[in-house]
Design a protein around this ligand. Structure first.
Ligand SMILES: Nc1ncnc2c1ncn2[C@@H]1O[C@H](COP(=O)(O)OP(=O)(O)OP(=O)(O)O)[C@@H](O)[C@H]1O
Length: 531
């Protein structure tokens, strides 16, 4: 009992789940069944044929590839509830893994709304952390290490030791990111040189390979000396326990009889290794993902495992595609398909089919300066509100955090209440008891209640939907960012645009400004993805 509680606790208090409700957040299981076990048939109510097939394929291994707006969350929550309600699965041995605490809370709430209790829903990190804490005393003498909260200090100290100097702020940040990339990619310091040589990877902060390796090593030593672990160590340590301690591994695996992994297109080699450790010989796994929404490759995520799943886990019990887009109007769907249709990798992406009809055409505007663009967007949202719409149904999406200041100013001047969602980083929102890297990433539900428009990076808007979406800054250099010619980077940028476009339910407004401000001599051109 105690063990189960610790897993549940780690995934965040229920109050957060309750707060996560609200417009702008994905739909939740609707109906009147809260707290009451729904019948198996009721659970499948409102699913289309393909979704139903996915929900009733309760034996593993199952892969579900779903396009944006295809009801992934709806389908996997119903699948879990259906399997538990029919007695095929034991809720207490069911683990569902998501990428953020917010998504975990939402999924838990939706499963509970279908009347099924006791399913563990967690992020990779919170599940692994709870497992480690539980088995720690059996395996180790000392106290459980602390999660490093001031990673900048660790990096600075590592630089002092390895380079005899403190790094500049930007350099420290880049070094930290590279260390994270190495760890999620399972690249130890000794292997880094070979990887750079083979892939032409450049170390960060203008360090040569040797120097970066020294910093990486010193970072690990400094962390250990402080009895601390970082975010990635949680997964590394858990994977190690599963590999090296068979009895402990068997105990952990007892409660992972059925495993579901959401957003599988963004799994890292490290997460994949942990997943294999969780499974052992068990094949009762279901993964869900969309290769077109891989937007964290730069940080070590890869859609390789989603693509390779049919081979890795052959033979599959079911391999299902969900390509009906329930979210967006046909003009939005047409644009999303157009963005992907020009990709050299288009064959690997699903083509969306709009279920809804009608909808206004997608608008495109070019403004003189960023401030003009921001004022026009703020005025448009104000008009929506004056005509009876809700500010909470509006989102302004940017490529980078740095674009948001001018938008926020314009919204304030126009009297439009707003909230800002910044990039907290790919995995920074994955552990409930760890502070997000960026404390300005605010609770979206509070904003939704107050009827505030959302200003968000596209990355931070993943999984959300809004009636009116304003995609700003769509000039080459911002989208794609830096206008890199590297095909892999370009492809990721294309997917970022696709994720932005597909957040829109009803109306989508595209825009960019020709110049940053009146003084700027540089004239921008429209994004190559929209030409
Ligand atoms: N069978 C269905 N009938 C009606 N509406 C549906 C159906 N399936 C999904 N939807 C609606 O479509 C929208 C998208 O669903 P959901 O958020 O689960 O999609 P998703 O696949 O997780 O999206 P994304 O990957 O783009 O974030 C939601 O508003 C949901 O209620």
């Amino acid at each position: 009992m105690h063990k189960r509680q610790s897993l549940q606790r780690s995934a965040g208090p229920r109050g957060r789940a309750a707060r996560a409700r609200g417009a702008g957040v994905r739909d939740r299981a609707r109906g009147t069944m809260v707290g009451m076990q729904a019948s198996a048939e009721e659970i499948l109510d409102g699913l289309d044929d393909a979704q139903r097939r996915a929900a009733t394929s309760v034996e593993g291994p199952v892969r579900i590839i779903a396009c944006a707006g295809a009801g992934k969350t709806r389908t996997i929550t119903r699948r879990i509830a259906y399997a538990c309600a029919t007695g095929a699965w034991r809720p207490g041995a069911t683990l569902a893994v998501t990428f953020s605490v917010k998504a975990a809370n939402e999924m838990r709430e939706r499963i509970a709304a279908l009347g099924v209790d006791g399913v563990h829903v967690a992020t990779f990190h919170s599940a692994a952390l709870a497992q480690l804490r539980e088995v720690w005393n059996e395996l180790c003498e000392g106290p459980f290490p602390q999660l490093a909260e001031r990673r900048g200090d660790l990096v600075a100290q590592a630089c002092v030791r390895a380079l005899n100097r403190e790094p500049e702020r930007r350099a420290a940040h880049d070094i930290e990111r590279e260390i994270d990339w190495c760890k999620v990619s399972l690249i130890a310091p000794d292997d880094y040189g070979r990887v750079c040589a083979a892939t032409r990877r450049e170390p960060p902060a203008q360090l040569d390979v040797r120097r970066f390796i020294d910093v990486y090593r010193q970072y690990e030593l400094e962390k250990t000396a402080r009895l601390q672990i970082d975010f990635n160590d949680i997964l590394l340590m858990c994977a190690h326990v599963l590999d090296a301690f068979p009895e402990t591994a068997a105990h952990i695996r007892e409660r992972i009889g059925w495993l579901t992994v959401d957003e599988y297109q963004d799994v890292s080699p490290l997460q994949h290794r942990l997943l294999r450790g969780w499974l052992g010989d068990n094949r009762r796994i279901c993964v869900v993902g969309d290769p077109a929404q891989t937007i964290y490759s730069f940080a070590g995520a890869t859609s390789y495992y989603l693509d390779d799943f049919a081979r890795e886990f052959a033979p599959l019990a079911a391999n299902i595609e969900l390509s009906r887009d329930y979210r967006s109007t046909p003009p939005v769907v047409a644009l999303a398909n157009r963005v992907l249709s020009r990709s050299p990798e288009r064959d690997g992406y699903l083509r969306l089919r709009a279920v809804r009809g009608g909808g206004p055409r997608v608008t495109s505007m070019i403004y003189g300066t960023d401030a003009e663009e921001a004022r026009a967007v703020a005025a448009a949202i104000r008009r929506i509100v004056e005509r009876g719409g809700r500010a909470a149904d509006c989102a302004v999406l940017t490529r980078i955090n740095g674009q948001q200041a001018v938008l926020v100013r314009a919204l304030r001047e126009a009297g439009v209440p707003y909230q800002v969602r910044r990039d907290a980083g790919w995995q920074q929102s994955a552990v409930a008891d760890m502070p997000p890297a960026d404390m300005s990433a605010i609770d979206d539900a509070a904003g939704a209640r107050a009827g505030r428009a959302t200003v968000s990076t596209i990355h931070a808007s993943k999984g959300l939907e809004f009636k009116h979406v304003f995609l700003v800054g769509l000039s080459d250099g911002l989208m794609p960012f830096h206008a890199s010619d590297d095909p892999t980077t370009l492809e990721e940028e294309r997917r970022v645009l696709y994720v932005g476009v597909t957040r829109a339910e009803d109306a989508l407004h595209l825009s960019y400004a020709r110049r940053m401000n009146e003084e700027s001599g540089f004239v921008r051109d429209v994004s190559r993805f929209l030409q």
